[in-house]
Write a protein that binds this ligand. Sequence first.
Ligand code: NBP
Length: 484
Amino acid sequence: MPTAAANIGVVGLAVMGSNLARNLASREGNTVAIFNRSYEKTQGVLDAHPEAGFIPAATYQEFADALQKPRTAIIMVKAGAGTDAVIDELVKVFEPGDIIVDGGNAYFPDTIRREKAVRATGINFVGAGISGGEEGALTGPSIMPGGSDESWVTLGPILRSIAAIAEGEPCVTHVGHDGAGHFVKMVHNGIEYADMQLIAEAYDLIRRGTGKNPAEIAEIFAEWNKGELESYLIEITAEVLRQVDASTGAPLVDVILDQAGAKGTGAWTVQTALSLGVPVSGIAEATFARSLSSHPEQRVVAGALPGPGEEFTVPADQVDAFIEDVRLALYASKIVAYSQGFDEIRAGAAEYGWNIELGAISKIWRGGCIIRAQFLNRIADAYAETPDLPVLMAASYFAEAIGRAQAAWRRVVVAAAQAGIPAPAFSSSLSYYDGIRADRLPAALVQGQRDFFGAHTYKRIDKPGTFHTQWSGDRTEIEAVDTH
Ligand code: NBP
């Protein structure tokens, strides 16, 4: 039996697992045991990285024997059946008090189920969202762990040692119990969808409105990256737009097929939001925009449908002003997308009984992950000032920013509609903004309609109680039994 020399282990040595294992091994005090279902991968990682001092294991039993107690193992395998298979094996060789961490992209209800099942054995189970892709796994990801307080005692220092650092603080916090970490990671990805779609709409409007080429637009994004929009996504957008295709000499963006893929986390965010009754319209439009793009058979047929007819051209003397309008529209829409995402986290926490500190979440997204941005400091400030803020964008900093941007935002949405340029995330974000701030909504009429066809009843603004109008009778109003 090998001596238990490792303080942490990694199961699954594909790109994410091997990079995370190397990251762990590079930090002072860590000795890392590694295991992969097929041993060739373990051997490959060992051969390629002798400097890491990995302790290889050929079986789950050897892996368990190599770990100091409480044993701590991070699973980085294909989410779904692979995760369940590994958990089943680890539970056989681990003991009560040990800790199993799933660092894959699990759907949070699976994490809730797994945590409950594993907890029954006395072993701790922690679902941890890890963001930052393969580069982040190696150099420092943003980590969103759930699980018990007990496991956090052991796990906290280890995860802090490998996380990205933003402004001196590690990008990891104990998000909440059971599935809270994977829930927050899911919403992170949903916000990422919205942010990417908004940037894509800004690019499209500038390109079609001003005729600037991708390299010129790259310069605009690079400039924007110096101001309030500063973020990883804006930075890489400039890089992508600058790239020239080696085989054709054309801008790379012009030779990439315009059908956006998705791995499902955006859809999960929207499905969950629908169940929770939280309007995440920006994330939903971004997810649908990818779906729309990926139906070439429909797009070919619909290509014959009429548009507005006239070419959209911004007059030369208004180009700079138009670009500034687009920048402001992007900023305002981005505030809406983040506000909606945090609303979903707030609602999820209430539904599942998680004590999630929203300001701490914005801080751990400042480094390592795809949506890292300066802007997240402003979100942290807003929650520090008012921890139970009902709507993030109502915080004074964001209210002021939207106030500054809204005239431009409206002009851009109008221009897009008139020009026949799709801007679903810009326009739905503006509609959300106008909806949430409205003094009175036509929801009153919807309630009337519901009462008419289904006797669903309504409440009145002037007195308590629940009411029904006898639509098919004499149309007098009666007090109804409140079924809600
Ligand atoms: P993959 O998602 O491609 O999974 C491959 C790994 O899963 C291999 O180690 C494979 O072992 C193992 N595996 C499978 Br498949 N079925 C298994 C089973 N039944 N028992 C044991 N092991 C099994 O790896 P990845 O791209 O490195 O991602 C790992 C996790 O990290 C995933 O959940 C992913 O969603 C998540 N993630 C990925 C990224 C990213 O940027 N790629 C970012 C954030 C999170 P084998 O070698 O024996 O086949």
